[in-house]
Structures are given as structure tokens and as C-alpha cells.
Design a protein around this ligand. Sequence first.
Ligand code: ADP
Ligand code: ASP
Ligand code: MG
Length: 460
Amino acid sequence: MIVMKFGGTSVEDASAIRTVAEIVKGRAKKKPIVVLSACSGITNTLIRCAELAAAGKEKDAQSILKKDVVDRHFIIIQDLLNNLGHQDALIREINGFHDEISHLLYGISITGDLSPRVLDFVMSYGERMSTAIAATAMNENGVRAVLMDSRRLVQTNSSFGKAEPNMKDTAKRCEAHLLPLVEKGQVPVLQGFIGANERGVTTTLGRGGSDYSAAIIGTALNADDIEIWTDVDGILTADPKLVANAHRLKEMSFQEAAELAYFGAKVLHPSTLLPAIEKNIPVHILNSKKPQAGGTLIKSRIASSNIVVKSISYKRGITVLNISSARMLGSYGFMKKIFDTFSEHHTSVDLVTTSEVSVSLSIDYTPSLEALVADLEQYGRVQVQHNKAIMCIVGEKLRSEKGVAARVFGRLKDIPIDMISQGASEINITFVIDEDKVPHAVRELHDEFFSNVPAKSIFE
Ligand code: ADP
Ligand code: ASP
Ligand code: MG
């Protein structure tokens, strides 16, 4: 049994969904379970509608909802489905969803309150619409698809907006509800990104979370393979949006890919590999627009190679906090207090560097920066730097290779570097720069490490 996840661009319109149906049909013997994202752009549009409603612009929100969400799905239905009965049934279903979202927007505009819990509910419609349409299309194309509701399968905690699965409950539910279908030769189709807490309230796994859904379900059922179908040929040596001639990696280790995902490579949600690693399930990254492209295989053991750096990633929108205090000098317990404060504010820290009397920490997200800073100020002077980015280079060979840091920072000698971290995992070098320097830095480093890629290497 395999899990196949298709991202937003893979279900963006009728022709993309037709291709998905073909790809799934071609894998029928492998007993696939299909996980789908919302059609590309829909999650962003739903968020925008909710935010407009909260800002008192309900009319704008409703008109965007109709034009950019509802009508877009109607067009897909009309272009995609041959059977008029199927078309009518789906149009009725989307109209029902439209009514519900419309009422939600009205409620949000009246209260002016957009809680993470309500936002999760609003966002969930994206995946619910795409899967309803795609499951019907698959049936028309000879796949025995059965639409499922992931909220009955993926059990999470109540961290709305970034929920974590309860793997035990999820496994029980997947075994009870998915395995019998798979055994009968049917193909369950489920929503990525969404789940529900123990009281059945809708949650989401964080932006880009459909990858994580696929890994959760694959791990829960001990799948043979987890396939992530997207719009690029696999994991590349850098984001192709910044480096046009980036190379595809045929193989990566779990650790390499996990570091890349954690430090921003959007091609994989950062939590995706954790469950797969636990059960040693290989993960393939594949291109739904070019199914023959070969993709990237991520697994525990990879063939050794002489390539030192495999890929470069970046994460924008980073904030750096510098805390300085003479009290740090030679004292113990200081760091604990600082980290306790981050924990109390539900804020995870990416990079840490320390000196005699100061500590710098980088964060991606905090619910309230002012409140966090106010609490940290009891320990010293706090300086906040916005608009930063984390850059990360990854490769198993960094464990043993000398002189890589010199090449990295030599090449970037014109760019101010804020924090440097090397050695934590032994396979990455990570540092912080100004956000607006990212494209330049990525291109420079790509040129440094990949301009002389040997033929017939791990790249293509
Ligand atoms: P999906 O909607 O299929 O989940 P995403 O947009 O979330 O797709 O992820 C795919 C995108 O990730 C690519 O279009 C590419 O721009 C970006 N990306 C960033 N870093 C990398 C990388 N190292 N390799 C491949 N893609 C990358
Ligand atoms: N639709 C969700 C998002 O855009 C989840 C995903 O696509 O993976 O974040
Ligand atoms: Mg994604």
C-alpha cells in the first residue's frame, strides 16, 4: 500500500486533476491512498476573505469568496466532468459550502474576531472542495475512489493553526476506516492539511501541511512508500524560483531532507519526515506535470558520494532577538529562564548563539512579540531585528569535509552575517542574513558549489 499526495498546483484545474486521475490509475496495483491539497491559491484566498470580514469589509470578502473560490470550482466542475448528474451533485455541494462559508464570514464580521479556531474551520473548505471534485473525477476515469473525511481519521491536539497528531488514535481510525477499502481495491481520497481534535473540532496542521498529512497516514498504516507529487522534478540543489539551473537530487538521506525542510525548503512541510523516519518509510518527491522525471528518493541509507553540499535552503520572515546582560557572566540557570520564557510564549527557537554576556536567538513565529519581549526584558536588554532570513546548506559529507565554511563565508564576504551555527547536526551550516540579500546569497552559493557538477553524479 502506498500514500500519494498531490499539492495545490497538481489539482489547480480540470486538466491537472485529469492527470492526477491518470497517475493514480497507473498505480492501482500498489493499493494507493490519495491525499489532496486545496486547488492552488484557494487557502490564501479563504484566509484573505476571513481577514477582510474581521476588518469590517464583509462585502468585499463575500464577493471574493464568490468570484475566486466558488466560481473557480464551478469552472473546474464544468470542464472536468462528463456526467451531468455528477456535475449537478457537485454544484449543489459547492453551493452548500458557499452558504456555510458565507455565514461564517458574516459571523466574523459581526464579532470582528478571527480566532485560529475559526480560521482553521474556514481554511478547511479548500481541501473539502478539491477532494469532493477530484474523487468524482477519478471515478469517471476508472479509479474506484471513495471520498473520506480526514477529520474522522487524523486526530490532533487543539493547537489550532499548527496542530500535532495523536498517532495512536489516528492509526486506530485509519486501520478501521481505510484498510477495509484498500483491501477491496477501492481508493480512499482524503483531505490533506486538516484533522480534528478529540471533540471533533476542525484543526489544521500548519501551512503546507498536506505533506505532513500524507506522512501521518502513511506511517499510521505502515505504507510501503509515501509519494509527494508537486510542481518540481524533486528536491533540487536550490529553490528553482531563485536558481533557474538548479539540479535534481536523485537521492537524499532522511536527515539531509529533514534539515532542508526545517530550514525553509517549501517543497516539504518541516514535520513531514519525522513520522516516516520512525517507521523507515521511503518518501518520493515527484512532479505531477512530468511523471517520468524520476524524482527524489528520500530514505535512511544513501549511496556514498563525493558531493559535499547537496542543497541550499532559506527561510524568510525571521526575527532575531539579542538579549544582553552582565548577569549572564559565569551564572547558571540564566539560559533556562530565557528558554522557559520562550516556552511560555509558545515560541520555538531556530538558532541560538551565545557570547560572554549576550545571547542571540532567531524565531520564525511568536503569537505576540511585544509580550515575549516584555517578559524577556526582566533578564536583560532586548534588541529586536526584523526582516531577517535563515540560510542553510546541507550535505552528509559536511561531517568530514574541511574548509566548507571558509568557502561559504568567503563567497558571501560582501553580505553581513548575523548568526552562524555549525555542528549541531553535523550535516548543515546555518546562518542569518538580511532578508533582502537572500536571492543574491542563494545564487552565489549555488554557483560556488554547483557550477562544476560532474556528469553522471547524484544530480541530474
Ligand atoms: P505543493 O503545492 O505541491 O505542496 P509547494 O509550492 O508547497 O508545492 O512546494 C513546491 C515548491 O517548493 C517548488 O515550486 C519550489 O519553488 C519550492 N522549493 C523550495 N526549495 C526547493 C528545493 N530545494 N527543491 C525543490 N523545490 C523547492
Ligand atoms: N492548502 C494548504 C496550504 O495551502 C495545505 C497544503 O497545500 O499543503 O497551506
Ligand atoms: Mg506544499
